[in-house]
Design a protein around this ligand. Structure first.
Ligand code: DQA
Length: 152
């Protein structure tokens, strides 16, 4: 008999960093009008379709994001992270991702390479298996898809 739900493949940690709680009203010309709740809903739905569960967290605090990455070790099978501005500043987040040895996907709603020079460098890209920029909030679904494939 075909099971009614996909098999459980573990949890994905979906992390959003500073100012992403303001999605929907924050610079809509750049980030669109979808809210963080919309982003989390669509990511959870994509994760569930692929047989994962999703744990979503947004924080404006670097240390809270570091703590969440540490907590993912042993509780999650992969990480999707939009670190917002910390992408361009945080060695601590990069070290946390490297430390937990989980596959991670870096997402940016906007195409950071079309924007200011200071957004062109990411401290996280070198420790993430996949980097998705400029696909709007669809980037989060693409990130689930990337983990779906790589986790086999
Ligand atoms: C962002 C891009 C970052 O440069 C910026 O600081 C953000 C959002 C994006 O999703 O496009 O906060 O990560």
């Amino acid at each position: 008999m075909t099971p009614s739900t996909a098999p459980h493949r573990g949890a994905l940690l979906i992390l959003n960093g500073p100012n992403l709680n303001l999605l929907g009203t924050r610079e809509p010309g750049i980030y669109g009008t979808a809210t963080l709740a919309d982003v989390e809903q669509l990511t959870e739905a994509a994760a569930e379709t692929a047989g994962f569960t999703a744990t979503c967290l947004q924080s404006n605090h670097e240390g809270a994001l570091v703590d969440a990455i540490h907590a993912a070790r042993g509780t999650a099978v992969g990480i999707i992270i939009n670190a917002g501005a910390y992408t361009h500043t945080s060695v601590a987040l990069r070290d946390a991702i490297a430390a937990v040895e989980l596959p991670a996907v870096e997402v940016h709603i906007s195409n950071v390479h079309q924007r200011e020079e200071f957004r062109h460098h990411s401290y996280l890209s070198a420790v993430c298996q996949t980097v998705i920029v400029g696909a709007g909030i669809h980037g989060y679904e693409l990130a689930v898809s990337a983990l779906d494939k790589s986790l086999g």
